[in-house]
Design a protein around this ligand. Structure first.
Ligand SMILES: Nc1ncnc2c1ncn2[C@@H]1O[C@H](COP(=O)(O)OP(=O)(O)OP(=O)(O)O)[C@@H](O)[C@H]1O
Length: 706
């Protein structure tokens, strides 16, 4: 069965009959005039042994952000990838083939029969290819109806308990009847992101995410209007301040080397008290369970309070969100805010953008938590929801606007907000926000009429990964004297995540997955796959195996995505099969395992994916299936990532890496904590992956989200 056939099998569903229940690291060089300062509370972190393997890797592998060169013969196997360019360039794991799909070849097991036994007649040719859905069945719809408003759509609205499920009280509002419902196309263009290898062809045949987003969200699409109104988040204080405990390794953050580069660097703070925040903020911080600053907070908070632009890079799960929210809120409290529900035009002081709907919603909840009891009002708007709902949220008063790029540009285009008061722009997952997928939109944002120039606003960028190419692009957004904070290794994997690479052939992956999940029991696990279709397929398969599973990907309607996340958060479905849409930023309590059913195409993606576990000092495990038939090109950069994170590297993987040795990929950076550094220092001797800086920035990758 070829790829197309495989796709057809997936899309031709019917659902099976089974219905599942579904640290003092004070800034060392002191205060002013310092450039390129380093701080290390404890040198032990860097004092690695120097083993034979280290020697091998130092001699063989560079600080590769790329997982490799690729067998050119494989590139053609991938759907829609040839012109998108994420593969075989500097940050790529390599251009993956689509060969994993072939594991379905000859699979005539009962599962497939059951899967096909249905009578879903929508799954036919062009309909599928146009991304239109064969999704059947509404889950969790409460049918609350649309509020009366001039912005109303006249279609019924649905609510579910999903995205705002609080950590403790999660899922009070989750819908019922949660059979895993696979669907094939992107129902009516909803869902809102395109995938490089995930075919998205809009109604007009164009595949620009922007035009898609614009048409869909502004309602001038030929498809059905987006009518989903997300449920409001819980309002009670307990829910607002619900949080999980920091882990046993939280104090180890103090040993991480921190480097701040730029001029006139303000000294780091060691305690929240030193930040001199107002009483309400301090109270909220305490209620949130924060007693001690993480390194990125120690350095970033005084920098933002000092009015400086910032690019900060710190490992996954180490508190970057509070690192920008707290000082911004402190300034807003100091300066006073102007939003009022009685103002005709809302003019937010702060705009925060993030690449996915779920992530921006999470950031909004953090903003709401830290602004609790203040006059600052945060609002969230994102694609896949009714535009009128977004507008209604804004007109009630908006100081901090949390938004995905598509919806933000739409709202700006409709003149529903004014930009003159903008003092802060935050790009979370900034490398993603500036790459070829979102970069053009971000450029448009800063060029919008009324938007203060970079000299008149503060621009903040945060991520766990920051390719040098993207850092260079970021210069356009930032004042020339911006500061660069690097906590630990830029782009390095969180060391609290125990990484295991298993050699698993494509035909054995499912079996192995089931075996692992059965051993894991009810512990929350995220399973990452490469494509939306495969996410549906694997989720359905696991349900067949009576493993309560849900899925999240861009072909699911927003309501479904939120429901899935809610079901996963509360443990109702302890397994979440996901595409890269869930790889970044999501902070879900108790995710103990991440399984890479398919390896991602970039090291950064790998780092973000496994960063869904091992957060805030907690430990986690990541298991990745490595198929020697298709993944050998990934061996070299994988060895690098593992080695840098002080993980065991299997001998077989080293051997493959050695056999795939690529000149230029020389020298491990183990022991060198800063692999990729402030590009203003010039080309790093440890330049990522040994690739030249002339290489293209991370292009549109597998997922693009609004
Ligand atoms: N100082 C702190 N004390 C206790 N908990 C904290 C502190 N700072 C952040 N946290 C918690 O740690 C978790 C991770 O924080 P956050 O989501 O901001 O990480 P992140 O660095 O943005 O991760 P990612 O790179 O994955 O986006 C959150 O639950 C947050 O509430």
């Amino acid at each position: 069965m070829g790829d197309e056939d495989w796709e057809a099998e997936i899309i031709k569903p019917h659902m099976s009959s089974y219905v599942p229940v579904f640290e003092k690291d004070r800034y060392s060089s002191g205060a002013h005039g310092d450039t390129f300062n380093r701080t290390l509370a404890s040198l032990s972190e860097m004092d690695d042994g120097y083993s034979r393997r280290d020697h091998f890797m130092r001699s063989r592998f560079a600080s590769g952000r790329s997982l490799g060169n690729r067998d050119p013969g494989e590139s053609n196997k991938r759907e829609n990838t040839s012109t998108m360019g994420d593969f075989g360039v500097g940050r790529s794991f390599g251009n993956r083939g689509f060969s994993n799909n072939k594991f379905e070849e000859g699979d005539s097991c009962g599962f497939w029969r059951g899967y096909q036994d249905g009578n879903d007649s929508e799954a036919s040719g062009s309909f599928r290819r146009s991304g239109r859905g064969s999704y059947r069945g509404c889950r969790g719809g409460f049918g609350l109806g649309s509020p009366n408003s001039k912005y109303e759509q006249d279609e019924g609205t649905q609510r579910s308990g999903g995205i705002f499920g609080s950590r403790r009280s999660a899922l009070s509002g989750v819908g019922k009847g949660d059979a895993y419902q696979s669907r094939s196309g992107s129902g009516s263009g909803r869902g809102g992101y395109k995938g490089l290898n995930e075919e998205v062809i809009t109604a007009s045949g164009k595949n620009s995410w922007k035009s898609e987003a614009e048409r869909r969200e502004s309602g001038d699409t030929q498809g059905p209007k987006v009518t989903y109104i997300p449920p409001p988040p819980p309002e009670d204080e307990d829910s607002i301040f619900a949080h999980y405990q920091t882990g046993i390794n939280f104090d180890k953050y103090d040993t991480i080397l921190v480097e701040v580069s730029g001029h006139d660097v303000p000294p780091a703070i060691l305690t929240f008290e030193e930040a001199n925040l107002c009483q309400t903020l301090n109270s909220n911080i305490a209620k949130a369970g924060y007693t001690k600053l993480t390194p990125v907070q120690k350095y970033s908070i005084p920098i933002v309070l000092g009015g400086r632009d910032l690019m900060a890079c710190a490992q996954t799960g180490s508190g970057k969100t509070a690192a920008f929210l707290l000082p911004i809120l402190a300034h807003m409290m100091r300066d006073g805010v102007t939003a009022s529900r009685f103002k005709e035009l809302q003019e937010p002081e702060c705009i925060i953008v993030a690449p996915t709907r779920e992530l921006i919603s999470q950031i909004y909840l953090e903003a709401r938590k830290f602004s609790f009891g203040t006059c600052v009002r945060a609002v969230v708007i994102y694609g896949g929801t009714q535009l009128g709902h977004s507008i209604r949220q804004i007109v009630q008063g908006c100081n901090i606007l949390c938004a995905t790029p598509g919806r933000l540009m739409d709202i700006i285009g409709k003149e529903k907000i004014g930009l003159r008061q903008v003092k802060y722009i935050v790009l979370d997952e900034a490398d993603r926000m500036l790459d070829m997928g979102f970069g053009p939109e971000m450029k448009k944002l800063i060029s919008c009429p009324g938007m203060p120039s970079k000299e008149q606003r503060q621009t903040l960028m945060f991520s766990a990964t920051f390719p040098e190419e993207i850092q260079r692009l970021a210069g356009e957004f930032l004042k020339s004297n911006y500061l660069f904070v690097a906590v630990g290794q830029v782009g390095g994997a969180c060391r609290d995540v125990q990484q295991t690479i298993l050699q698993v052939g494509q035909y054995s992956k499912r079996e192995k997955l089931v075996e692992i999940l059965r051993n894991i029991g009810d512990e929350r696990t995220m399973v990452f796959v490469e494509t939306k279709k495969k996410a549906d397929f694997i989720a359905t398969f696991l349900c067949q195996e009576k493993i309560s599973t849900t899925s999240i990907h861009g072909d699911r309607e927003q309501r479904e995505r939120e429901q899935a996340l809610g079901d996963f958060r509360c443990g109702k479905c302890p397994v979440l099969v996901a595409t890269s849409v869930a790889a970044r930023g999501l902070d879900i309590e108790n995710v103990q395992h991440v399984i890479n059913f398919d390896l991602p195409s970039t090291t950064d993606e790998y780092v973000h994916r496994i960063g869904r576990t091992g957060r805030c000092g907690n430990t986690g495990r990541a298991i990745s299936f490595f198929d020697t038939e298709s993944d050998n090109h990934l061996a070299q950069p994988l060895v690098k990532v593992l080695s840098d994170a002080q993980q065991d590297v299997p001998a077989w993987l080293e051997e493959i890496a050695f056999s795939m040795y690529v000149p230029g990929f020389s020298g491990s950076t183990r022991g060198n904590v800063f692999v990729s550094i402030d590009t203003r220092k010039g080309k790093s001797s440890l330049n990522a992956a040994g690739f030249s800086s002339s290489q293209a920035p991370n292009p549109v990758d597998d997922e693009s989200w609004d």
